[in-house]
Design a protein around this ligand. Structure first.
Ligand SMILES: [Zn+2]
Length: 87
């Protein structure tokens, strides 16, 4: 089964970010109840996929609020991605 190449998320790094900045849920103000998605998503504005922004999805386990964080802000060490960028 050919699975699409999805970038894995460094969950530990995201959790560290959430803890460091004491990120709380905007809806219920819960702290420390956020679940981190293990796969990166991509938000694409317009039609050019190269302009897409990689995001990490975080779910509040308390109220179910879903939020996204820009992956490059949280995971600065990450390389450009699994795919080699064409020059
Ligand atoms: Zn919440």
């Amino acid at each position: 089964m050919a699975k699409a190449a999805v970038a894995g998320v460094d969950v530990a790094a995201v959790e560290e970010h959430l803890a460091r900045y004491v990120v709380s849920c905007p809806l219920c103000k819960g702290v420390g109840q956020l679940g981190v998605a293990h796969e990166e998503c991509k938000i694409i504005s317009g039609s050019d996929a190269k302009d897409g922004i990689s995001v990490v999805v975080v779910l509040c386990k308390r109220c179910g609020y879903l939020m996204t964080l820009a992956a490059e802000q949280i995971l600065p060490k990450k390389a450009a991605g699994p795919r080699v960028k064409a020059a």
